[in-house]
Design a protein around this ligand. Sequence first.
Ligand SMILES: [Zn+2]
Length: 169
Amino acid sequence: MFPFAGELRLNELSAPLEAETARQGEGGRPCPRCEDPMRGAIWSSERFIVSRGPRSALPVTDFVESRAHHDIGGLDDDDASELDRHIVAVEAAVRSVPGVGRVHVHHWADGSAHFHLWFMARPARQLETFGWGAELWSQVLPPGDEAISDQNLETVAAALRSRPGLSNP
Ligand SMILES: [Zn+2]
């Protein structure tokens, strides 16, 4: 799964920072989501937005994101039960895109004050992109074709719109 061959040198870790860094929307940093709440959205509810992620070599990258600033521990029971349905619905929608093998779901909380999950589709049968390989390869391969990326995103959006039990925008 490792994208590189040959001799590599391990970087040294730097000293820990004195404090955690401010994320987007914290400590006076601008928040692109609050400035443009429907930026990149393909589906939304009162609590959550599904939006396109950065275009990469992967067939699809989407986010499920809270409309409000929350860490995962700040989601209340109603948020949590709705989030459960979104996780299942978005995973199925992304997996329905032709050429997708499986969908990796990640939670990294270092970039934005909005709770968000990454849904990263890995190409079907491409062994190097199994597991954590998908994230590494997506960072070093050139992005896929823009028109195909848009088409894949529309497939995801259509699957979400047609899914019973999800409220629509
Ligand atoms: Zn915000």
